[in-house]
Design a protein around this ligand. Structure first.
Ligand code: ZN
Length: 226
């Protein structure tokens, strides 16, 4: 049976950040240099990524943002029909964009775009990056975001389940976690970054199934680079 893919081509989800950009950001930072252009680039990519994640969260909760109206600079929220089946039809009364729920769902499946147990982290970043006026404030917002975690929604809200970085940085979960763990921090590194790094590692160690290599030596940083 032919699938109805009408409306899919107008939906664009923001990509994750490549590892090499994050690595360069920390290499510069470790030398005491803030590369403003790179910070802006990474920060903005993360902003768009978080916005995509939150748009999908809203859609799953019943508020679908029309992508065609958005391109025209307008925000139109189309309610998701009560029928939650894949054939349920979503149609924008303003511009006529239409899609089935099944086709909409397919656009974000298996792309690490689920907000999961890290909604607050993504929301906080969107606000923080918007407010940040200096490169220093921006890199701190970036650093905080990529070291966030998903927490268990069902059992224990204090139980970390996985690093949020997998939603934000290219690569598989373990791969991204190892990458973060091996980032360069030099003597000039900001104290806040250093302490967040330690906290991050302590939290990873509380996730029963996640095992990262012992801390030293910190080489092997090229693993999995694309
Ligand atoms: Zn529309």
């Amino acid at each position: 049976m032919a699938e109805d893919t009408t409306g899919q081509d107008e939906i664009r989800w923001a990509p994750r950040v490549p590892k090499r950009k994050i690595r360069r950001l920390y290499e510069w930072e470790s030398k005491g240099i803030l590369d403003e252009e790179l910070i802006e680039d990474v920060g903005f990519t993360l902003l768009l990524r978080c916005q995509s994640i939150l748009t999908i969260r809203d859609a799953r909760e019943g508020r679908i943002k029309c992508p065609r109206c958005e391109r025209q600079g307008e925000t139109t929220i189309v309610p998701r029909p009560d029928d939650h089946g894949p054939d349920a039809r979503i149609e924008c009364a303003t511009c006529g964009w239409a899609i089935t729920w099944g086709a909409y769902h397919k656009t974000y499946q298996h792309k690490q775009l689920h907000s999961g147990g890290a909604v607050a982290a993504f929301e906080t970043y969107v606000k923080a990056f918007d407010r940040a006026r200096t490169p220093k404030a921006k890199i701190l917002a970036i650093d905080r975001l990529i070291h966030e975690f998903h927490y268990s929604l069902s059992t224990d809200p204090d139980q970390p389940t996985r690093p949020a970085a997998v939603n934000l940085i290219e690569g598989k979960l373990t791969d991204v976690a190892r990458f973060l763990d091996a980032l360069t921090y030099g003597e000039a590194a900001t104290a806040e970054l250093e302490s967040r790094r330690r906290e991050w590692r302590d939290t990873v160690d509380r996730i029963p199934w996640m095992v990262l290599p012992a801390r030293e030596p910190a080489d092997g940083a090229d693993d999995g680079e694309r």
